[in-house]
Design a protein around this ligand. Structure first.
Ligand code: FAD
Ligand code: NAG
Ligand code: NAG
Ligand code: NAG
Ligand code: NAG
Length: 420
């Protein structure tokens, strides 16, 4: 029997990153407890209809491969080989991500992915999962966590040899780190919020398949990602101010007819009006931390450590890469937690900051630049050199999305290309 079984590891948050991390830790042979605020998603009979999806690319695939479920996940994903641009003049255009080797990103259902990860986690006998448990207090000095059991309003205290916070952008674990001395931290809300809509599986068949659809409109932008049943998840990103102006059914319809005319029939007028009446736009936050650990045994990963705006489709990818990195560091330092956590912060910080910056940059590129001739010329030029020099001239998007190059190097690589 492996000696590592004596270690107790607590993972807070059973979202995408927390459940994958628990899986990695279980495979290392630790005793793992996974605590999640929400109900077990496999138990809830959530109203059928809407599915929310996200784009999975190379970094997430690598991590899924490591735990042996890449194929199963990809089978339920939809390959997207490029962007499909809907211009306001009605002209559409497909721009492949990778004309040279035709690599794709994959649209997968968030719920499906989360449930598969949890399913896989629970196949390990050395894991216990606790749903309806909300972390309410972290005692950094004692290494103690207090959870509220939301079903009966009682609290429990737990201790572990290693405590991993994967509790998302508004992390409770991170809040405890923020209260320690010398902790650098920054948080930025952008002026844009988003709402999610849906093109149903009947209308969805009219959409050109296997693309990430984009309606770039300068100040705002709409995108659509495909689902297995031919429906599409549509997300509109727009300044909160403009959302506020669309305060009547007529204003909503006029707005869509003016800016997204080809989407009105697809989304359905009634549904559109209903969506705007019933949903408040959600905020988007970008978070950077100077350190991801505190003391000898508390660590944050995923959005808790580096939430980013979603415009590079890298949030989950980066979070999954955290799990891969943590696992390999633990392997290298023989499960010495204090050493591992220091190494994790040191080797991850600059890269995490880099992808947060890239995501913010892409916020501009996606809603604006992709429609400009200069962008298309640069892309053609990049693609041509990439074809000519596949190992030396890797365009920025490709290095971020289809390679395992450090995010930092992706940026320095691009700066070098800009000079050339
Ligand atoms: C609109 C949008 C589109 C996106 N698209 C993409 C994309 O295409 N590709 C991509 O890679 N990324 C994308 N992302 C980013 C991605 O969603 C996140 O990076 C990813 O979900 C982070 O996972 P996580 O597990 O760290 O955090 P979360 O998914 O937020 O999960 C955190 C979990 O912790 C639980 N929790 C929170 N607080 C507590 C507590 N106190 N106690 C116990 N449990 C708690 C929550 O219930 C939740 O289950 C997108 C994000 C947004 C907003
Ligand atoms: C509260 O619920 C948990 C399960 O969520 C259970 O283990 C515990 O015994 C319950 N406590 C009381 C006082 O009912
Ligand atoms: C839960 O317990 C706390 C303190 O024990 C109490 O203040 C609160 O009102 C309770 N909430 C519910 C929903 O029972
Ligand atoms: C905090 O950030 C500043 C600016 O980047 C840096 O100079 C400083 O060393 C950081 N402090 C710590 C404790 O990391
Ligand atoms: C562009 O795409 C939309 C939606 O798929 C479609 O309705 C429209 O006819 C297309 N326009 C052209 C010119 O192909």
């Amino acid at each position: 029997m492996s000696t590592t079984t004596q270690y107790n590891v607590i993972v807070v948050g059973g979202g995408l990153v927390g459940s994958l991390c628990a899986l990695f830790m279980a495979k290392r042979g630790y005793q793992v407890s996974l605590y999640e605020y929400r109900e077990d998603p496999r138990a809830t009979e959530f109203a059928r209809g809407r599915s929310i999806n996200l784009a999975l690319s190379n970094r997430a695939r690598r991590a899924l491969q490591e735990v042996g479920i890449e194929e199963r996940i990809l089978k339920c994903g939809i390959a997207m080989k490029g962007r499909y641009i809907h211009n306001i003049n009605g002209k559409n255009k497909s721009i492949l991500y990778d004309p040279r080797t035709r690599q794709c990103i994959y649209s997968v259902s968030r719920n499906y992915l989360n449930q598969e990860l949890l399913q896989e986690v629970e196949r390990h006998l050395n894991v216990r999962t606790y749903f309806n448990h909300k972390l309410i207090n972290v005692d950094v000095d004692q290494g103690r966590l207090v959870f509220l059991q939301t079903k009966n309003n009682t609290t429990i205290e737990t201790y572990g040899d290693l405590l991993i916070g994967a509790d998302g952008a508004f992390s409770t674990v991170r809040r405890a780190l923020q209260q320690t001395p010398l902790f650098n931290f920054s948080q930025t809300y952008i002026d844009h919020g988003y709402i999610e809509m849906n093109i149903n599986s009947q209308s969805g068949r009219a959409m050109v398949p296997n693309h990430l659809h984009i309606w770039p409109r300068g100040e705002f932008m709409m995108i659509a990602l495909p689902n297995l049943d031919y429906s599409w998840t549509v997300t509109l990103f727009m300044p909160f101010e403009r959302f506020k102006e669309l305060n009547s059914p007529d204003k909503v319809l006029d707005f869509f007819k003016k800016f997204f005319p080809d989407s009105v029939e697809l989304l359905g007028k009634r549904q559109l009006v209903e969506d705007f009446a019933n949903t408040k736009p959600s905020p988007l936050v970008s978070i950077k931390c100077g350190s991801y650990h505190v003391g000898e045994n508390i660590l944050i990963i995923g959005d808790a450590a580096h939430a980013m705006v979603p415009f590079y489709g890298q949030g989950m990818n980066a979070g999954f890469e955290d799990c891969l990195l943590l696992d390999s560091i633990l392997e290298d330092c023989n499960d010495n937690f204090p050493v591992a956590l220091k190494l994790f912060t040191e080797s991850r910080r600059e890269d995490a900051h880099a992808i947060c910056d890239l995501a913010m940059y892409n916020y501009m590129e996606m809603r604006d630049l992709v429609t400009r001739p200069s962008y298309l010329i640069r892309k053609k030029f990049d693609d041509f050199l990439f074809w000519l020099l596949p190992t030396t001239w890797i365009p920025l998007y490709n290095s971020v999305t289809f390679s395992e190059m450090n995010y930092q190097r992706c940026i320095s690589n691009r700066k070098w290309q800009d000079k050339v």
